[in-house]
Design a binder for this molecule. Structure first.
Ligand code: ZN
Length: 308
């Protein structure tokens, strides 16, 4: 089984606890990923909403240093863009465009550090746009529009998870390249968090039409209400994205180490169980490889390795 996971908060959590990526008690450790034949993980540097401007850049830099240290300590883990043949690969992202510090130079700094994906906002408003919980939805700011254009030129993908509705439509209007939702579910769940964070059918269709992908989030609040948050709930969200956007649109965006997850799904080693459940419920092996790996791999290789 191959895995390409579009979002986790593992590196930020390990930074806070001075933990080790190889072995730890969180959702992801390289040791517990050994069963995977190929494994690409997006590691997000999460920028809390209280950091803006220089403080956000400084926070990014601290977590980035820690990330580089973990790569050095674990030679079996290499950066996806390096195209080295290693069992484990890392994609670096920033969750919260505030990590640019509100300047295009700040965006260039993130690009120099090897960032390949930027989640434009977290829940609040930043220099680029309104987040999904902003009280007044202002969409993308002028700086946000400028930043998205420059990200496209730099081969950095825009991520709409956590972005406000108006922000989403502004982005869809100006985007010339595909964009993604790294960790979101479908708008079929009725609770406060899910109503703001999940994607409407129309949004899913727009992402698919632009050639983007959607990583299904395992956070119990986005998957369902009460106990409706296990394998079957994941299957329903995946099926809906497939129905609306096609089989090439759906991917994994676990949100590991960033949220509460049903014990059946809570850990990298549990994904085998999800894979087997889907296989026994009519998902073919080719479709499962698309969902768990190939759709995200195709998206990122096109983004990083085609010169346009
Ligand atoms: Zn998130």
């Amino acid at each position: 089984m191959r895995l390409f996971d579009l979002h986790c908060d593992t590196i930020t959590e390990l930074y806070k606890n001075n933990g080790s990526l190889c072995k730890n008690s969180g959702h992801i450790s390289l040791e517990r990923a050994e069963y995977l034949s190929e494994y690409v993980q997006d590691y997000a540097v999460f920028i809390p909403d209280e950091y803006r401007g220089r403080s956000a850049v400084d926070y990014f830099d601290s977590v980035y240093e820690f990330y580089k240290g973990q790569l050095k300590m674990n030679p079996e883990l290499t950066e996806y863009a390096d195209r080295e043949s290693s069992k484990f690969k890392a994609v670096l992202s920033v969750e919260g465009g505030a990590g640019m510090g509100g300047t295009i130079e700040g965006l260039h700094h993130l690009a120099d550090c090897g960032v390949k994906l930027i989640t434009l906002t977290w829940n609040g408003r930043n220099e680029l746009a309104s987040g999904c919980f902003d009280e007044e939805d202002i969409g993308l700011t002028d700086f946000g529009k400028e930043a998205v254009k420059e990200m496209e030129r730099l081969h950095i993908a825009a991520d709409v998870s956590h972005l406000s509705k108006k922000g989403f439509y502004c982005l869809a209007d100006i985007a010339e390249k595909p964009f993604i939702a790294s960790h979101s579910c479908c708008d079929t769940v009725d609770n406060f968090k899910a109503r703001h964070r999940n994607l409407t059918d129309e949004q899913i269709k727009i992402i698919a039409e632009h050639g983007g992908i959607i990583g299904v989030n395992l956070w119990e609040k986005l998957l369902g209400n009460g106990n409706d948050n296990s394998f079957d709930a994941v299957m329903r969200h995946m099926s809906r994205i497939i129905d609306l956007g096609g089989e090439k649109c759906v991917a994994m965006g676990t949100d590991f180490d960033g949220c509460d997850i049903n014990p059946d799904l809570a850990g990298i080693e549990k994904l085998r169980g999800l894979y087997d459940y889907l296989l026994s419920h009519g998902f073919g092996e080719k479709l499962l490889d698309d969902i768990f790996f190939a759709n995200a791999d195709r998206f990122f290789s096109a983004l990083l390795f085609t010169k346009k």
